[in-house]
Design a protein around this ligand. Structure first.
Ligand SMILES: [Zn+2]
Length: 217
């Protein structure tokens, strides 16, 4: 058995388990329930506040065969393929190492083909502020006329570096730093599930040190 980092093991796979971002989660669930999903989302906020986690849950929920109140079922073939990273419908790109215009042109070409399974192709572009000017311009062309089956989720810790032309095409969500109390509650819950005995004082100390980041905690 390989070692799984704790933040991966405990990464929420439903919106209900995402703590401290209630308004964002509720808005997204409403959109899924009403089948009014946007084509471009911008998730902003400091590290460890749930941007990538929420992006992955959203990617599953829009493709899920049997969504439950806006949540992915995590049981159907589509959910399982996405969770395993083997789905062709969910593409994660790290803009820090793929920041050139050619990288984005490649994506643009791909988006001309509709998904072979499921409803949506979801592109999650992490650290999107790292894209070059040329890459942003190429991305803008796609955001201006997105195919109906494409969803972009752009994530960034530095929203002020995103060109206004891109911002104006996205639904923006600002992820808050997570409160000490919320982090402590989640840690307590997880330790109970793991049957680990831990002093309340220790939980509070870690929650405080995490400085708003659930992942760090
Ligand atoms: Zn499912």
């Amino acid at each position: 058995m390989g070692y799984t980092a704790l933040y991966r093991k405990f990464r929420p796979d439903t919106f209900a388990d995402v703590k401290g971002q209630d308004a964002i989660v509720q808005t997204l669930k409403n959109q899924i329930n009403a089948d009014r999903i946007g084509h471009a989302y911008l998730f902003c906020g400091t590290r460890g506040t749930g941007k990538t986690t929420v992006a992955k849950i959203l990617a599953k929920a829009v493709n899920c065969e049997h969504p439950i109140d806006g949540n992915p079922c995590n049981e159907c073939a589509t959910c399982k393929a996405i969770a395993a990273g083997s789905s062709m419908n969910v593409i994660e790109i790290d803009a820090a190492s793929n920041n050139g215009v050619d990288n984005i042109r490649e994506i643009r070409e791909e988006t001309t083909y509709s998904p072979t399974e499921g409803k949506y192709k979801v592109y999650i572009i992490d650290e999107v502020h790292m894209l070059s000017i040329g890459a942003f311009n190429a991305l803008l062309k796609t955001l201006e006329e997105p195919p109906s089956y494409v969803i972009f989720i752009l994530a960034t810790t530095e929203a002020h570096k995103i060109p206004i032309t891109i911002l104006s095409r996205c639904q923006r969500y600002d992820f808050k730093r997570i409160s000490i109390l919320t982090i402590a509650d989640r840690l307590t819950q997880l330790m109970k599930e793991e049957q680990v005995e831990v002093e309340e004082k220790a939980i509070r100390y870690i929650a405080r040190k995490a400085d708003g980041s659930m992942r760090d905690a």
